[in-house]
Every structure is written in C-alpha cells, then in structure tokens.
Ligand binder design. Structure first.
Ligand SMILES: Nc1nc2c(ncn2[C@@H]2O[C@H](COP(=O)(O)OP(=O)(O)OP(=O)(O)O)[C@@H](O)[C@H]2O)c(=O)[nH]1
Length: 311
C-alpha cells in the first residue's frame, strides 16, 4: 500500500469516527469486524464491545432486550430466516429500519466479492415524521372530501362515485341491485319548532339508525339536506323491499332524542330496481318519483317505482 493510500485510509477512519452516520463492517461469516460509535448507538452499545458479535446475536439482543432495531415478530428464528433470504443476495441493498426508541434509519449494505459487507446507517427520523404528518394530512383531506361533515356518512359525491362503480359491476355480472332514496318526513317542522341545532341532532341520529338497518357492504350516504340514499348491490327486488321496510320501521319504532326533546321521526322511501343498462341518473329519477308517491300516499312508507303497465 502506498504512503498516500495509507494516509487516505487513516484519514477515512478519523472521519468515520466522528461521523453522524453509522458505519460497520461484517466479515463474510457475518461477524462484526468493527463499527463506529454512531453505529453502536443504534444498539445502545459501546463500539469497542461490539467487535466479533455475530449479526444473528445482535438481532437476538434487540429482540430480547427490546432495544435497537424494532423486531415485530413472534419468533426470532423465523424472523432471522426471512432476513437471511433478503440479505447478501445482491452487491448493494438499501432499506429503511425503525428502532424501538422511534428513530428511523436508511441502511445500505455494500458487499465485496470476498463476502465482507459495509453497512451504512443514516438517520432519517425527521424525514419520516414529516412524511407521516403529510400522509395523515392527505388521509384527513381525502376523508373530508368524501364524508358528510354532520352525519359522518358518505357525502353525495362519494355516494354517487361508489354507487356508479358497484352498479357497473352488478350489471357486468348480471346481478340485481336497487337504489333507495330516503327523505325524513315533515323535517322542516323540526327546525321550525325546535331549532336548527335540534334538526342537526335528528339528522345525525337518523343517519346512525339507518346505518344499523343496513348490511356492512351496502352503500349509504347523505345526498342532500334531509335526504339519504342507499345502494343495494347483489340484491333481489324482494330483499330491497325488506331492507326498505326494515329502515322505515326502525326509524319509526322509537323517538329520537334531540337535546331536551324526544321526537317521533319517520321516513319516506322510494325504491328503484336496476334493469338492464340503467344509469345512476335513471335510477335516481325513478327512485325520486317513487319517493314522491310515498309522500303523496301518506309518508312513513316505502314505494317501489313501476313502469306504466307493470304489476
Ligand atoms: N337542521 C338542519 N336542517 C336542514 C339541513 N339541511 C336541510 N335542512 C332542512 O330540511 C328541511 C326540508 O324540508 P322540506 O324539503 O320542505 O320537507 P319536509 O318538511 O321534510 O316535508 P316532507 O319532505 O314533504 O315530508 C328544510 O327546512 C331545510 O332547511 C341541515 O343540515 N340541518
């Protein structure tokens, strides 16, 4: 080795000693040849005491002492087995790890043809925290864009989009489906007699109660002031009628508490059955016309849209 080379290696070691990034070298049989203190800090260890430790042993310590690398596994042997499937497969590998104490590191593994490995660990906790905040902000914004603020059920846009997707699927697979439009009866008088806030309470409670009468996979949304809608995919006409009746009777069965008062609230429902290539707009118009009939025929009832001449 030339003098210059030796000087370079010596300087490199000095830099590595004070570097914020962790450095470690593993032998071909996976034992720690040496590391700097920044690397040892990941494992809460003193770098001089780490020499000769096998990679597996280092991971076992993290697992047992719950210090260092976060290892979410029931069985460390299985975890090590999976880790060895990923390690030493390519000359270079980059991956992120998180620690039990919440820190995050970007790790790189560089393999020499001899099988020795250089590990570099760069702390990326700040970037990860910002990334997390950004993700949760995006999630909140998407949720706000799709959810009705008052009742927390799907808003009109979300309902229409989801229904269009499901309607298309049912039509492609030739499955029956139905659209229900629900409108609370004489709701204006709730506002007029007890105030807008009581009206809001009624809307929230009614939405909750309607949801209880539905199946997990039914699409339910608030599509206007006191108007809700339900799309029932893979549902026969008989079942659609039963669901509408279940919703109607559950709402009428006991009063809704709104502040100091208890109010008897009922709902009128219009039902449209999907036929052939009906669009959402077709179904909506038909359900709306059936809803109008339900109101006209005395409210607190469900009506099925029928074409002229149908039974
Ligand atoms: N409190 C409250 N009221 C709302 C909201 N959105 C719409 N409304 C009210 O809902 C009422 C709807 O009344 P109408 O469409 O006249 O019908 P109705 O009194 O329910 O009578 P029918 O539908 O014919 O049985 C109006 O008074 C709206 O102001 C809301 O978010 N909160």
């Amino acid at each position: 080795m030339s003098t210059n080379h030796t000087a370079f290696s010596q300087k490199l070691l000095e830099f590595i000693d004070v570097c914020n990034d962790g450095y470690a070298i593993l032998t071909a049989d996976d034992k720690l040849l040496g590391c700097n203190q920044a690397f040892a800090d990941i494992f809460y260890q003193e770098h001089r005491t780490m020499q000769g430790i096998h990679f597996d042993e280092l991971m076992r310590r993290s697992f047992v002492e719950r210090k260092g690398i976060r290892i979410e596994a029931e069985n460390i042997d299985l975890w090590l087995h999976a880790a060895h499937q990923r390690r030493r497969q390519n000359p270079f590998r980059l991956f992120e790890v998180d620690l039990v104490d919440g820190r995050w590191f970007l790790m790189s593994e560089q393999l020499l043809p001899t099988g020795e490995m250089l590990l570099q660990a760069k702390e990326i906790t700040k970037q990860k925290v910002l990334e997390d905040q950004l993700h949760s902000r995006v999630a909140t914004l998407s949720e706000l864009a799709l959810t009705d603020e008052l009742t927390k059920v799907a808003n009109r846009r979300c309902f229409v989009e989801s229904t269009n997707t499901e309607l298309g699927r049912c039509q492609r697979q030739d499955l029956p489906s139905a659209l229900l439009l629900l409108d609370l009866d004489f709701f204006k008088s709730v506002n007029d007699l007890y105030g807008h806030q009581a009206g809001d309470e009624v809307l929230k409670a009614a939405a909750n109660r309607i949801k209880k009468a539905l199946r997990e996979y039914d699409i339910f949304g608030r599509i206007g002031g006191e108007e809700f809608a339900v799309f029932l995919s893979e549902t026969s006409p008989q079942t659609a009628l039963q669901v509408a009746e279940r919703v109607r009777s559950l709402l009428a069965s006991f009063p809704i508490k709104a502040g100091q008062v208890e109010l008897c609230i009922t709902v009128s429902i219009g039902i449209a059955l999907c036929k052939g290539d009906s669009t959402f707009e077709d179904l909506y118009t038909q359900a709306d016309s059936a809803l109008y009939a339900a109101k006209r025929n005395g409210r607190n009832r469900a009506e099925l849209y029928k074409l002229l001449g149908e039974d």
